[in-house]
Design a binder for this molecule. Sequence first.
Ligand SMILES: [Zn+2]
Length: 424
Amino acid sequence: MKKKVLILFLIIFFLFLGRNLPKRFFDKEEIGQINDINTEVVQSEEKIISLDRIEKIEISENSTYGALMATSGVEYALAMEIYDDAKNVYDLVKIRVGRHLELVYDRDTDELKELRYKIDTEDELHVRNVKYLAQEDSAASSTEKALDKKWQAKIEPIPYEIRQKTVEGTVESSMYQAALDNNIDIRAIIELADAFQWTIDFSQDPRVGDTFKFVYEERYLDGEYVMPGKIFAGRYTNDGTEYYVYYFEESESNKGFFDKDGNSVQKMFLKAPVAFKYISSPFTTGQRYIEAFNVSTGHRAVDYAAAIGTPIRAVGDGTVTFAGWSSAGYGNLTSIRHNATYSTNYAHQSKFAVKKGQKVKQGQIIGYVGSTGFSTGPHLHYEMVKNGAKVNPLREVLPPGEPIKTENRGRFEEVIGKWVGELK
Ligand SMILES: [Zn+2]
Protein backbone atom coordinates (compact mmCIF):
# COMPACT_ATOMS: atom_id res chain seq x y z
CA MET A 1 0.00 0.00 0.00
CA LYS A 2 2.73 2.44 1.00
CA LYS A 3 4.69 1.47 -2.11
CA LYS A 4 1.72 2.34 -4.32
CA VAL A 5 1.48 5.80 -2.77
CA LEU A 6 5.19 6.30 -3.28
CA ILE A 7 4.98 5.25 -6.94
CA LEU A 8 1.97 7.52 -7.48
CA PHE A 9 3.87 10.34 -5.85
CA LEU A 10 6.88 9.71 -8.10
CA ILE A 11 4.71 9.65 -11.21
CA ILE A 12 3.14 12.96 -10.26
CA PHE A 13 6.57 14.33 -9.44
CA PHE A 14 8.00 13.40 -12.85
CA LEU A 15 4.92 14.61 -14.63
CA PHE A 16 5.46 17.93 -12.93
CA LEU A 17 9.14 17.96 -13.85
CA GLY A 18 8.31 17.00 -17.39
CA ARG A 19 5.89 19.86 -17.65
CA ASN A 20 8.37 22.29 -16.22
CA LEU A 21 11.40 21.37 -18.28
CA PRO A 22 10.18 22.25 -21.73
CA LYS A 23 8.61 25.43 -20.40
CA ARG A 24 12.08 26.85 -19.80
CA PHE A 25 12.74 26.48 -23.50
CA PHE A 26 9.38 27.89 -24.42
CA ASP A 27 10.11 30.96 -22.34
CA LYS A 28 12.88 31.87 -24.72
CA GLU A 29 10.70 31.24 -27.71
CA GLU A 30 8.02 33.46 -26.23
CA ILE A 31 10.49 36.32 -26.01
CA GLY A 32 11.34 35.71 -29.64
CA GLN A 33 7.70 35.81 -30.62
CA ILE A 34 7.05 39.05 -28.80
CA ASN A 35 10.02 40.54 -30.62
CA ASP A 36 8.50 39.45 -33.90
CA ILE A 37 5.95 42.23 -33.66
CA ASN A 38 8.58 44.76 -34.61
CA THR A 39 11.26 42.86 -36.39
CA GLU A 40 11.99 40.30 -38.99
CA VAL A 41 12.07 36.59 -38.32
CA VAL A 42 15.82 36.50 -38.83
CA GLN A 43 16.34 38.49 -35.70
CA SER A 44 14.21 36.41 -33.38
CA GLU A 45 15.88 33.26 -34.66
CA GLU A 46 19.21 34.73 -33.72
CA LYS A 47 17.84 35.37 -30.27
CA ILE A 48 16.67 31.80 -29.78
CA ILE A 49 19.94 30.28 -30.89
CA SER A 50 22.00 33.09 -29.36
CA LEU A 51 25.17 31.09 -29.42
CA ASP A 52 26.92 33.59 -31.62
CA ARG A 53 29.68 35.42 -29.82
CA ILE A 54 28.71 39.03 -29.25
CA GLU A 55 31.29 41.63 -28.40
CA LYS A 56 29.95 44.86 -26.94
CA ILE A 57 32.28 47.84 -27.26
CA GLU A 58 31.55 51.00 -25.31
CA ILE A 59 32.19 54.18 -27.25
CA SER A 60 34.45 56.23 -25.01
CA GLU A 61 35.40 59.90 -25.15
CA ASN A 62 37.61 60.80 -28.14
CA SER A 63 37.40 57.32 -29.66
CA THR A 64 36.58 56.85 -33.33
CA TYR A 65 34.94 54.05 -35.28
CA GLY A 66 38.28 53.06 -36.82
CA ALA A 67 40.14 53.04 -33.51
CA LEU A 68 37.41 51.03 -31.75
CA MET A 69 37.36 48.41 -34.49
CA ALA A 70 41.15 48.18 -34.41
CA THR A 71 41.23 47.72 -30.63
CA SER A 72 38.73 44.90 -30.86
CA GLY A 73 40.91 43.14 -33.44
CA VAL A 74 39.04 43.90 -36.65
CA GLU A 75 41.42 44.38 -39.57
CA TYR A 76 41.59 47.87 -41.00
CA ALA A 77 40.52 46.77 -44.49
CA LEU A 78 37.48 44.94 -43.11
CA ALA A 79 36.48 47.88 -40.90
CA MET A 80 36.68 50.16 -43.94
CA GLU A 81 34.67 47.74 -46.08
CA ILE A 82 31.87 47.77 -43.48
CA TYR A 83 32.09 51.55 -43.20
CA ASP A 84 31.85 52.07 -46.98
CA ASP A 85 28.99 49.62 -47.51
CA ALA A 86 26.99 51.16 -44.63
CA LYS A 87 27.68 54.80 -45.47
CA ASN A 88 24.58 55.38 -47.61
CA VAL A 89 22.35 54.16 -44.79
CA TYR A 90 24.30 55.48 -41.80
CA ASP A 91 27.65 57.22 -41.51
CA LEU A 92 29.55 55.43 -38.74
CA VAL A 93 31.62 58.57 -38.14
CA LYS A 94 28.55 59.84 -36.26
CA ILE A 95 28.66 57.22 -33.46
CA ARG A 96 28.16 58.80 -30.05
CA VAL A 97 29.98 58.61 -26.72
CA GLY A 98 28.31 56.33 -24.17
CA ARG A 99 26.62 54.12 -26.76
CA HIS A 100 27.89 50.76 -27.99
CA LEU A 101 29.07 48.99 -31.10
CA GLU A 102 28.09 45.33 -31.06
CA LEU A 103 30.07 42.85 -33.11
CA VAL A 104 28.42 39.52 -33.77
CA TYR A 105 30.70 36.59 -34.60
CA ASP A 106 29.26 33.42 -36.16
CA ARG A 107 29.02 30.51 -33.73
CA ASP A 108 30.55 28.04 -36.21
CA THR A 109 33.15 30.04 -38.11
CA ASP A 110 33.77 32.85 -35.60
CA GLU A 111 33.72 35.17 -38.58
CA LEU A 112 32.35 38.70 -38.11
CA LYS A 113 28.82 38.53 -39.49
CA GLU A 114 27.11 41.62 -38.14
CA LEU A 115 27.73 45.04 -36.67
CA ARG A 116 24.95 46.63 -34.62
CA TYR A 117 24.62 50.15 -33.31
CA LYS A 118 21.67 51.71 -31.46
CA ILE A 119 21.28 55.10 -33.12
CA ASP A 120 18.75 56.42 -30.60
CA THR A 121 16.04 55.01 -28.34
CA GLU A 122 13.94 53.83 -31.31
CA ASP A 123 16.22 52.59 -34.07
CA GLU A 124 19.18 50.33 -34.51
CA LEU A 125 21.65 50.05 -37.38
CA HIS A 126 22.37 46.52 -38.59
CA VAL A 127 25.23 45.91 -40.99
CA ARG A 128 25.02 42.25 -41.97
CA ASN A 129 27.52 40.13 -43.84
CA VAL A 130 25.60 39.19 -47.01
CA LYS A 131 27.12 35.69 -46.87
CA TYR A 132 25.20 34.91 -43.67
CA LEU A 133 21.81 36.26 -44.70
CA ALA A 134 18.94 33.79 -44.74
CA GLN A 135 17.54 32.70 -48.11
CA GLU A 136 14.64 35.15 -48.16
CA ASP A 137 16.97 38.02 -47.26
CA SER A 138 19.44 37.08 -49.98
CA ALA A 139 16.81 37.88 -52.54
CA ALA A 140 16.22 41.20 -50.83
CA SER A 141 19.93 41.87 -50.86
CA SER A 142 20.22 41.68 -54.65
CA THR A 143 20.88 45.43 -54.55
CA GLU A 144 23.99 44.83 -52.47
CA LYS A 145 25.08 42.04 -54.78
CA ALA A 146 24.59 44.19 -57.86
CA LEU A 147 26.73 46.87 -56.25
CA ASP A 148 29.27 44.21 -55.30
CA LYS A 149 28.73 44.98 -51.63
CA LYS A 150 29.61 42.39 -49.02
CA TRP A 151 27.60 44.09 -46.30
CA GLN A 152 23.91 44.98 -46.15
CA ALA A 153 23.05 47.98 -43.98
CA LYS A 154 19.55 48.50 -42.60
CA ILE A 155 17.97 50.66 -39.93
CA GLU A 156 15.35 48.72 -38.00
CA PRO A 157 13.23 49.41 -34.92
CA ILE A 158 14.79 48.16 -31.69
CA PRO A 159 12.91 44.94 -30.81
CA TYR A 160 11.75 45.91 -27.33
CA GLU A 161 9.57 43.59 -25.35
CA ILE A 162 6.58 45.67 -24.24
CA ARG A 163 4.98 45.27 -20.83
CA GLN A 164 2.01 47.26 -19.62
CA LYS A 165 2.14 49.09 -16.30
CA THR A 166 -0.41 51.08 -14.30
CA VAL A 167 0.76 53.59 -11.69
CA GLU A 168 -0.88 56.27 -9.57
CA GLY A 169 -0.01 58.98 -7.11
CA THR A 170 -1.07 62.06 -5.19
CA VAL A 171 0.64 65.42 -5.57
CA GLU A 172 1.90 66.59 -2.17
CA SER A 173 4.40 69.16 -3.41
CA SER A 174 5.21 68.54 -7.07
CA MET A 175 4.77 65.95 -9.81
CA TYR A 176 8.47 65.11 -9.49
CA GLN A 177 8.14 64.43 -5.79
CA ALA A 178 5.00 62.36 -6.42
CA ALA A 179 6.95 60.26 -8.91
CA LEU A 180 9.78 59.72 -6.42
CA ASP A 181 7.36 58.92 -3.57
CA ASN A 182 5.58 56.31 -5.70
CA ASN A 183 8.67 54.79 -7.30
CA ILE A 184 7.62 55.90 -10.78
CA ASP A 185 10.25 56.37 -13.49
CA ILE A 186 10.50 60.14 -13.85
CA ARG A 187 10.67 59.72 -17.64
CA ALA A 188 7.16 58.23 -17.51
CA ILE A 189 5.91 61.31 -15.61
CA ILE A 190 7.44 63.52 -18.31
CA GLU A 191 5.54 61.48 -20.92
CA LEU A 192 2.35 61.94 -18.89
CA ALA A 193 2.91 65.72 -18.70
CA ASP A 194 3.44 65.71 -22.48
CA ALA A 195 0.12 63.90 -22.97
CA PHE A 196 -1.58 66.69 -20.98
CA GLN A 197 0.45 69.58 -22.42
CA TRP A 198 -2.59 71.08 -24.18
CA THR A 199 -4.75 70.76 -21.06
CA ILE A 200 -2.66 71.45 -17.97
CA ASP A 201 0.16 73.88 -17.27
CA PHE A 202 2.21 71.84 -14.83
CA SER A 203 4.10 74.90 -13.59
CA GLN A 204 0.96 76.65 -12.37
CA ASP A 205 -2.11 74.43 -12.30
CA PRO A 206 -1.23 71.58 -9.88
CA ARG A 207 -2.72 71.80 -6.39
CA VAL A 208 -1.88 69.82 -3.25
CA GLY A 209 -4.15 66.77 -3.28
CA ASP A 210 -4.31 66.43 -7.08
CA THR A 211 -4.23 62.77 -8.10
CA PHE A 212 -3.15 60.96 -11.22
CA LYS A 213 -3.23 57.47 -12.62
CA PHE A 214 -1.93 56.22 -15.94
CA VAL A 215 -1.24 53.13 -18.02
CA TYR A 216 1.93 53.04 -20.08
CA GLU A 217 4.43 50.84 -21.89
CA GLU A 218 7.56 49.63 -20.24
CA ARG A 219 10.27 48.66 -22.71
CA TYR A 220 12.50 45.70 -21.94
CA LEU A 221 15.50 44.36 -23.83
CA ASP A 222 16.84 40.89 -23.05
CA GLY A 223 14.68 40.84 -19.92
CA GLU A 224 16.03 44.12 -18.55
CA TYR A 225 13.96 47.27 -18.10
CA VAL A 226 15.21 50.00 -20.42
CA MET A 227 12.76 52.89 -20.46
CA PRO A 228 9.10 53.89 -20.55
CA GLY A 229 7.39 53.94 -23.94
CA LYS A 230 4.10 55.54 -24.88
CA ILE A 231 1.21 56.36 -22.59
CA PHE A 232 -1.93 54.32 -23.36
CA ALA A 233 -4.27 56.26 -21.10
CA GLY A 234 -4.10 58.73 -18.26
CA ARG A 235 -6.17 60.62 -15.72
CA TYR A 236 -5.14 63.81 -13.95
CA THR A 237 -7.51 65.19 -11.35
CA ASN A 238 -6.74 68.89 -11.01
CA ASP A 239 -8.42 70.82 -8.21
CA GLY A 240 -11.33 68.37 -8.28
CA THR A 241 -11.80 68.26 -12.06
CA GLU A 242 -10.93 65.03 -13.87
CA TYR A 243 -9.08 65.16 -17.17
CA TYR A 244 -8.53 62.08 -19.32
CA VAL A 245 -6.34 61.23 -22.29
CA TYR A 246 -6.53 58.07 -24.39
CA TYR A 247 -3.99 57.16 -27.04
CA PHE A 248 -5.53 56.13 -30.35
CA GLU A 249 -4.33 55.72 -33.91
CA GLU A 250 -7.19 56.57 -36.23
CA SER A 251 -4.90 56.59 -39.25
CA GLU A 252 -1.23 57.07 -40.04
CA SER A 253 -1.77 60.83 -40.17
CA ASN A 254 -4.17 61.11 -37.21
CA LYS A 255 -2.79 59.49 -34.09
CA GLY A 256 -2.37 60.84 -30.61
CA PHE A 257 -4.43 61.66 -27.54
CA PHE A 258 -8.20 61.93 -27.39
CA ASP A 259 -10.75 62.54 -24.65
CA LYS A 260 -13.43 59.96 -23.91
CA ASP A 261 -15.74 61.53 -26.48
CA GLY A 262 -13.18 61.02 -29.22
CA ASN A 263 -12.13 64.68 -29.50
CA SER A 264 -8.42 65.23 -30.02
CA VAL A 265 -6.91 66.87 -26.93
CA GLN A 266 -4.14 68.24 -29.13
CA LYS A 267 -5.35 71.82 -29.42
CA MET A 268 -4.20 74.87 -31.32
CA PHE A 269 -2.08 76.06 -28.37
CA LEU A 270 0.04 74.31 -25.78
CA LYS A 271 -0.80 75.36 -22.21
CA ALA A 272 2.75 76.55 -21.50
CA PRO A 273 5.68 77.86 -23.56
CA VAL A 274 8.18 75.99 -21.39
CA ALA A 275 8.07 72.17 -21.27
CA PHE A 276 7.38 70.43 -17.96
CA LYS A 277 10.73 68.65 -18.09
CA TYR A 278 12.53 71.99 -17.84
CA ILE A 279 10.42 73.91 -15.38
CA SER A 280 10.20 71.06 -12.91
CA SER A 281 13.82 70.03 -12.99
CA PRO A 282 14.70 68.53 -9.63
CA PHE A 283 18.02 70.34 -9.92
CA THR A 284 16.55 73.81 -9.68
CA THR A 285 16.85 75.28 -6.23
CA GLY A 286 15.18 78.21 -4.57
CA GLN A 287 11.63 79.33 -5.00
CA ARG A 288 10.24 79.70 -8.47
CA TYR A 289 8.48 83.03 -8.79
CA ILE A 290 5.81 83.19 -11.41
CA GLU A 291 3.92 86.38 -12.02
CA ALA A 292 0.45 85.74 -13.31
CA PHE A 293 -1.75 87.65 -15.72
CA ASN A 294 -3.23 90.55 -13.79
CA VAL A 295 -5.19 93.36 -15.40
CA SER A 296 -5.20 95.57 -12.28
CA THR A 297 -1.41 95.57 -11.95
CA GLY A 298 -1.05 95.97 -15.70
CA HIS A 299 0.88 92.73 -16.06
CA ARG A 300 -0.94 91.33 -19.07
CA ALA A 301 1.34 88.34 -19.43
CA VAL A 302 2.45 85.19 -17.65
CA ASP A 303 5.99 85.01 -16.29
CA TYR A 304 7.81 81.72 -16.11
CA ALA A 305 10.88 81.71 -13.90
CA ALA A 306 13.48 79.40 -15.40
CA ALA A 307 17.24 79.20 -15.65
CA ILE A 308 19.04 81.12 -18.40
CA GLY A 309 19.26 78.91 -21.46
CA THR A 310 16.02 76.98 -20.78
CA PRO A 311 14.42 76.26 -24.18
CA ILE A 312 11.28 78.24 -25.09
CA ARG A 313 8.79 76.59 -27.44
CA ALA A 314 6.18 78.00 -29.80
CA VAL A 315 2.75 77.30 -28.29
CA GLY A 316 1.24 76.84 -31.74
CA ASP A 317 2.01 76.67 -35.46
CA GLY A 318 2.66 80.04 -37.03
CA THR A 319 5.02 82.49 -38.69
CA VAL A 320 7.70 84.54 -36.92
CA THR A 321 6.80 88.22 -37.40
CA PHE A 322 9.55 89.62 -35.19
CA ALA A 323 12.80 88.29 -33.73
CA GLY A 324 15.13 90.99 -32.44
CA TRP A 325 15.79 93.68 -29.88
CA SER A 326 12.79 95.57 -28.55
CA SER A 327 13.40 99.00 -27.07
CA ALA A 328 10.05 98.78 -25.23
CA GLY A 329 11.66 96.81 -22.38
CA TYR A 330 11.09 93.34 -23.80
CA GLY A 331 14.80 92.87 -24.55
CA ASN A 332 15.23 90.05 -27.06
CA LEU A 333 11.70 89.43 -28.29
CA THR A 334 10.09 86.92 -30.64
CA SER A 335 6.54 87.36 -31.95
CA ILE A 336 4.60 84.63 -33.71
CA ARG A 337 1.44 85.13 -35.72
CA HIS A 338 -0.76 82.02 -35.53
CA ASN A 339 -3.76 83.12 -37.58
CA ALA A 340 -5.92 86.21 -38.19
CA THR A 341 -6.99 86.17 -34.54
CA TYR A 342 -4.03 85.11 -32.41
CA SER A 343 -0.37 85.92 -31.95
CA THR A 344 2.08 85.30 -29.08
CA ASN A 345 5.14 87.17 -27.73
CA TYR A 346 8.16 85.74 -25.90
CA ALA A 347 10.37 88.32 -24.12
CA HIS A 348 13.72 88.74 -22.28
CA GLN A 349 15.42 85.92 -24.22
CA SER A 350 19.14 85.24 -23.97
CA LYS A 351 19.32 83.75 -27.47
CA PHE A 352 17.13 83.32 -30.56
CA ALA A 353 16.55 80.05 -32.39
CA VAL A 354 14.37 81.41 -35.24
CA LYS A 355 14.40 84.30 -37.71
CA LYS A 356 11.75 86.75 -38.91
CA GLY A 357 9.62 85.23 -41.68
CA GLN A 358 10.30 81.66 -40.62
CA LYS A 359 7.40 79.19 -40.25
CA VAL A 360 7.34 77.36 -36.93
CA LYS A 361 5.57 74.24 -35.66
CA GLN A 362 3.83 73.82 -32.31
CA GLY A 363 6.42 72.81 -29.72
CA GLN A 364 9.38 73.95 -31.82
CA ILE A 365 12.22 75.61 -29.87
CA ILE A 366 12.20 79.30 -30.81
CA GLY A 367 14.69 80.72 -28.29
CA TYR A 368 16.15 80.49 -24.79
CA VAL A 369 15.24 82.05 -21.45
CA GLY A 370 17.29 85.09 -20.46
CA SER A 371 17.08 88.36 -18.58
CA THR A 372 17.45 90.99 -21.32
CA GLY A 373 15.49 94.27 -21.34
CA PHE A 374 13.56 95.38 -18.23
CA SER A 375 14.02 92.23 -16.23
CA THR A 376 15.18 91.64 -12.67
CA GLY A 377 16.08 87.98 -13.10
CA PRO A 378 16.00 85.13 -15.61
CA HIS A 379 12.43 84.49 -16.72
CA LEU A 380 10.21 84.23 -19.78
CA HIS A 381 7.55 86.90 -20.17
CA TYR A 382 4.84 85.31 -22.30
CA GLU A 383 1.95 87.19 -23.89
CA MET A 384 -1.01 86.12 -25.96
CA VAL A 385 -2.68 88.66 -28.23
CA LYS A 386 -6.22 88.12 -29.50
CA ASN A 387 -7.64 90.54 -32.08
CA GLY A 388 -5.04 93.10 -31.02
CA ALA A 389 -5.68 92.88 -27.24
CA LYS A 390 -3.60 91.04 -24.66
CA VAL A 391 -5.52 88.15 -23.11
CA ASN A 392 -4.77 85.64 -20.36
CA PRO A 393 -3.45 82.58 -22.24
CA LEU A 394 -4.45 80.31 -19.35
CA ARG A 395 -8.08 81.40 -19.62
CA GLU A 396 -8.45 81.11 -23.38
CA VAL A 397 -11.02 78.46 -24.17
CA LEU A 398 -10.11 76.82 -27.43
CA PRO A 399 -12.35 74.59 -29.51
CA PRO A 400 -11.67 70.85 -29.10
CA GLY A 401 -9.48 69.24 -31.73
CA GLU A 402 -10.69 67.09 -34.64
CA PRO A 403 -12.95 64.26 -33.47
CA ILE A 404 -12.62 60.60 -34.44
CA LYS A 405 -14.60 59.96 -37.65
CA THR A 406 -17.95 58.22 -37.26
CA GLU A 407 -16.77 55.12 -39.12
CA ASN A 408 -13.91 54.68 -36.61
CA ARG A 409 -15.97 55.24 -33.46
CA GLY A 410 -16.51 51.53 -32.86
CA ARG A 411 -12.80 50.80 -32.96
CA PHE A 412 -12.10 53.80 -30.70
CA GLU A 413 -14.69 52.73 -28.09
CA GLU A 414 -13.17 49.25 -28.09
CA VAL A 415 -9.63 50.51 -27.54
CA ILE A 416 -10.46 52.98 -24.78
CA GLY A 417 -13.00 50.64 -23.23
CA LYS A 418 -10.32 48.61 -21.51
CA TRP A 419 -8.70 51.73 -20.01
CA VAL A 420 -11.82 53.48 -18.70
CA GLY A 421 -12.24 51.07 -15.79
CA GLU A 422 -8.49 50.89 -15.19
CA LEU A 423 -8.27 54.63 -14.50
CA LYS A 424 -11.06 54.88 -11.93
ZN1 LIG B 1 6.34 89.62 -17.20
